[in-house]
Design a protein around this ligand. Structure first.
Ligand code: SAH
Ligand code: SF4
Ligand code: F3S
Length: 451
């Protein structure tokens, strides 16, 4: 067997794709290895969302070249996959001529064929950035995934929203929803392989639809109901949603489906209507607040999280203040926040009024301080509560790890567990856990026998 090394950057969808690239190549003579030095095939599955993510890939490529420069015995095939591959194509080979293969996020099912071609033609370069007629999901092998307790399933991919700052519509292509049948088939297999929590993925996951049935259009709320019927699946989460696609069926599922966790990641990006307009988000701050109000009406305790971009071109002090205001209003349980990063080819990159880098930095700090404040307060509210927690693994400190219903990391000391249960077999089981301490990014829990 030859050896394969994959490094994954970016979002969860890339991790899902990397798992499937691994499966495909495992079926074609490559075994996956964690040791780059012995690899015959190196794949970088890349992210183009911000400048830093893309540049990271180039510096890694430089480092990889050095590893093999002095080794005449091993000359691995070096492949770039994912969103930088789609966005930059052959430019990557121009800039880093030691790259052999460039493959886009919709074309990676071709990897075995392309790798074979390169092997037999002693390193002719190969590029495939196509959006194939047969969706990649119809060509994946679902039965080979490594056993995990909590795992991702891509149900929707691509984006038609064209927010003016964002590269995703270009790198992932137009919005595409998988058929319900194919999704349920994959989840059934995962459940039989030991997966107990499913995290549904999509760039606009709540835009998911299956129109193939003439009598009923299925939406995400319906799909979640169907997944909840699979006995072995205990917990369902989904990410990322767009405000324009929030519908009542999904909101009601948060009231009606016990297995659906009370957590909603719904990015607003900015609290200022002027900036939202410049971003082409097609919703206002009030629209967003109305959605949150409705969601909370159906599921009072739901945790809300968001993404924020700070320093979009044209952002004034007043706009920035409006973002702080909306944070105070919603009191997010957690969030991601980023400094605006100019991306080639996007509409925002053509707006003249750039925000000074130092101003951006200061605004980001201010936003993050405010977000941290509410996150800490939200976490503090968990103290003395108890939840059933699905144990997904162990951390460096030998504590068991799981997630609260509200998506917080929960750590449990081994010594807190009754002796008969301190063994490894706890991974995959559900424990009653009482929260005894809260931190900025995690909760500490103890085993709590309420039987
Ligand atoms: N489809 C999802 C995820 C998009 S990427 C969504 O609509 O939310 C994840 C996050 O990266 C975005 O929500 C946004 O906050 C951030 N992002 C995207 N483009 C960016 C850019 N040019 N600069 C800084 N952050 C960006
Ligand atoms: Fe990017 Fe906007 Fe699409 Fe999200 S909705 S992927 S931010 S264009
Ligand atoms: Fe990055 Fe592509 Fe995901 S740009 S965030 S890897 S969709």
């Amino acid at each position: 067997m030859k050896k394969l090394f994959i490094k994954t950057y970016g979002c969860q969808m890339n991790f899902y794709d990397s798992d499937h690239m691994s499966n495909l190549l495992n079926d074609n003579g490559y075994e996956t290895s964690t040791e780059i030095k012995e690899a015959d095939l190196i794949i970088l599955n890349t992210c183009h969302i911000r400048d830093k993510a893309a540049e990271k890939m180039y510096s890694d490529l430089g480092r990889i070249k050095k590893v093999f420069d002095n080794n005449d015995l091993i000359k691995p095939i070096i492949a770039v996959a994912g969103c930088v591959a789609q966005a930059e194509g052959k430019e990557i080979i121009k800039r880093s001529p030691w790259v052999d293969l460039v493959v886009g996020p919709q074309a990676y099912t071709d990897l075995p064929k392309l790798v074979k071609k390169i092997n037999s033609a002693s390193k002719k370069k190969e590029i495939n950035l196509k959006f194939p007629e047969i969706p990649k999901f119809d060509m994946l092998n679902f039965d080979k995934k490594k056993e995990k307790v909590s795992d991702y399933v891509t149900i929707q991919e691509g984006c038609d929203k064209f927010c003016s700052f964002c590269v995703v519509p270009f790198t992932r292509g137009p919005e595409y929803s998988r058929l319900k049948k194919s999704i349920l088939e994959e989840i059934e297999i995962m459940a039989n392989n030991g997966v107990k929590e499913i995290i549904l993925l999509g760039q606009n996951v709540n835009a998911w639809k299956d129109n193939s049935n003439e009598s009923k259009v299925y939406n995400l709320g319906h799909l979640i109901e169907e997944i909840a019927k699979i006995d072995k699946i205990l917990s369902i989460r989904y990410t990322t949603s767009h405000p324009l696609d929030m519908d009542l069926d999904l909101i009601k599922a948060h009231r009606d489906v016990d297995k659906l966790m009370p957590f909603l990641h719904l990015p607003i990006q900015s609290g200022s209507d002027e900036i939202l307009k410049k971003m082409n988000r097609r919703h206002t701050a009030i629209d967003y607040l109305k959605i949150i109000e409705l969601v909370r009406k159906y599921r009072e305790d739901i945790a809300i999280s968001s993404d924020f971009i700070v320093g979009h071109p044209g952002e004034t002090k007043e706009d920035h203040k409006k973002t702080l205001d909306i944070i105070n209003e919603v009191k997010f349980a957690s969030s991601y926040s980023f400094m605006y990063s100019e991306r080639p080819g996007t509409k925002s990159s053509q707006i003249d009024k750039k925000v000074d880098e130092n101003v951006k930095k200061n605004r980001l700090k201010e936003i993050q301080n405010r977000l941290n404040h509410y996150q800490l307060a939200f976490n503090k509210n968990m103290e003395n509560l108890d939840f059933p927690i699905l144990i997904t693994g162990k951390n460096k400190n030998n504590q068991f790890v799981g997630r609260s219903p509200y998506n917080q990391n929960v750590y449990i000391n081994k010594s807190d567990l009754p002796i008969k249960e301190t063994n490894e077999n706890l991974i995959g089981s559900v424990l009653n856990v009482k929260i005894i301490k809260s931190n900025q990014n995690s909760l500490l829990g103890t085993y709590f026998n309420n039987a």
